[in-house]
Design a protein around this ligand. Sequence first.
Ligand code: HEC
Ligand code: HEC
Ligand code: HEC
Ligand code: HEC
Ligand code: HEC
Ligand code: HEC
Ligand code: HEC
Length: 350
Amino acid sequence: MILGILFIGCAKEKEVTTVVPPESSAYVGSEACRVCHAEIFTAYIETGHHSALSAAGNIAPSYPDSVANPPANPPSGYTWNQISYVVGGFAWKANFVDADGFMVTGTGAQWNYDAQDWADYHSNVTPGTESFDCGQCHATGYDAAGNQGDLEGIDGTWAENGVGCEACHGAGAMHVENPRDNMMQINESSSLCGECHYRDANYRIEAENGLIKHNQQYSELKSARHGNILCVTCHNPHMSTAYDAGGLTADCSQCHDMTVNHAGPDDCVNCHMPYSVLSAESSGSGIHLRGDMRSHIFAINTDTGQGQFYPDGANMYSEGFNGLNFACLSSCHSSRDLAWAESNAGSIHP
Ligand code: HEC
Ligand code: HEC
Ligand code: HEC
Ligand code: HEC
Ligand code: HEC
Ligand code: HEC
Ligand code: HEC
């Protein structure tokens, strides 16, 4: 597949550059990119992508220094050599996979990062019965056939633990062999990120118990007028957002010229990216209920008569807006009510 033909200098010197078609190359792992892309590699190993899945077995997996509270021990009743993998543990929570490849479930099976405490994970599921089916988003080069390491509890196989360079750029063997003739693919579209940062096939925003479920940034972004803004306009894909401000590359004023008439903090994200998303732990209740991740919907609906969440069958979904409960009350104005919020919201941008 020849995507680009470059003519350099006079017409006789023709350089043909082939973008490696993913299926024609083999996976080599992120470590193989280090020698030539050292700067990107050094930033990348500090990201959650790198820590999305870690092998355990005998010892705790290692995390970058910025991760202050990784799980130091496996769940109660397990030793490290009874754990094959740790899922996450980077910024919000960690789940554990047992030596046969099944999820560790039950009371105290999940490590919650902020609380530095154990929480329940699928507490009504008998330990040793729930398959690990997370590889398509937490690993690189996923193949639904087979069982990684021949562990019967694991669905599928993969080439590298975590979201490696090749999860976004395609398999790298041909490029590593001959970089200039075999260029890696670069995909700047949000749909690349959306391959993992979503839940519902129709990109509806799944919700539960009054909060948006995590890992749906793509669906959230598409739900309102930011639908055409790229993830990589605001995020450097090689740097962590959770731990390094350098991972955030765009500020809102680059595109918006808004006057903010607010006596308190006026950082746009406080109101437009409220904590309406739940990964590990919520706090408060009712109109002050708060999740632990910021939402990516951006729109605020000042009409408190319109609910943000709606049911469809047994499931709950979110509309493409944030209610004033999240925008105003859940993180900041904890003693106010919706009527107060509604009477003030309209005058923030005069
Ligand atoms: C032997 C050195 C070498 C290794 C190893 C290597 N690269 Fe490269 N890579 C290059 C060179 C040289 C370029 C071209 C740079 C340029 O022309 O500016 C490049 C370019 C790229 C580009 C940009 C392509 C474009 O269209 O601009 C990407 C993405 C990339 N490499 C990813 C990777 C990944 C992922 C790995 C590991 C699987 C890797 N590289 C391993 C040398 C290497
Ligand atoms: C989460 C997806 C993702 C991962 C993981 C990732 N990249 Fe990239 N990379 C991108 C995107 C998207 C671009 C396009 C540049 C942009 O818009 O920021 C890019 C650009 C590049 C480029 C060319 C531009 C530049 O910044 O020099 C190189 C080289 C590159 N990546 C190498 C790597 C290597 C090496 C790794 C692993 C150490 C890696 N990438 C991991 C998504 C990713
Ligand atoms: C459709 C893709 C997808 C699947 C399938 C998936 N995840 Fe994730 N997961 C993500 C993304 C994306 C994030 C990070 C963004 C977020 O949480 O909003 C994440 C975050 C996490 C975190 C928090 C990471 C941290 O460092 O704090 C844990 C733990 C986790 N997932 C566990 C699992 C487990 C266990 C499974 C399988 C039962 C699973 N995930 C299946 C995409 C997925
Ligand atoms: C192959 C699946 C996959 C793809 C593709 C992917 N992500 Fe992720 N992403 C994850 C998972 C899984 C996590 C959670 C990892 C963890 O925290 O342990 C995550 C975490 C993150 C985080 C939070 C962690 C941090 O280091 O700050 C950001 C930000 C992020 N992704 C942005 C992006 C962007 C932007 C893209 C597209 C350029 C993208 N992701 C593509 C799976 C993916
Ligand atoms: C308009 C800018 C913007 C766009 C577009 C955007 N993000 Fe974000 N993103 C942010 C900001 C700001 C944060 C919050 C950082 C913080 O909490 O300080 C964030 C946080 C995150 C986080 C959680 C990390 C954390 O530290 O809480 C993930 C994961 C993430 N973004 C993924 C994505 C993905 C995937 C896309 C595209 C589908 C995307 N973002 C598009 C601005 C943006
Ligand atoms: C790359 C340019 C760009 C950046 C960066 C950007 N926006 Fe936007 N934003 C837009 C565009 C374009 C629209 C749609 C305007 C329209 O349709 O009239 C929009 C719409 C909005 C809306 C209205 C949403 C709706 O659905 O009604 C809000 C609120 C908003 N942006 C807030 C923010 C915040 C907060 C940030 C920073 C975290 C930000 N924007 C960063 C370009 C941007
Ligand atoms: C104190 C909370 C707060 C802060 C801070 C804030 N906004 Fe808003 N913003 C709102 C509310 C509430 C609305 C809805 C107001 C309405 O519809 O009258 C809104 C509406 C908007 C809209 C949509 C306007 C339209 O016509 O649809 C944009 C765009 C926007 N804000 C951008 C920003 C940007 C950029 C920043 C940072 C410079 C910012 N906001 C800071 C609360 C805030």
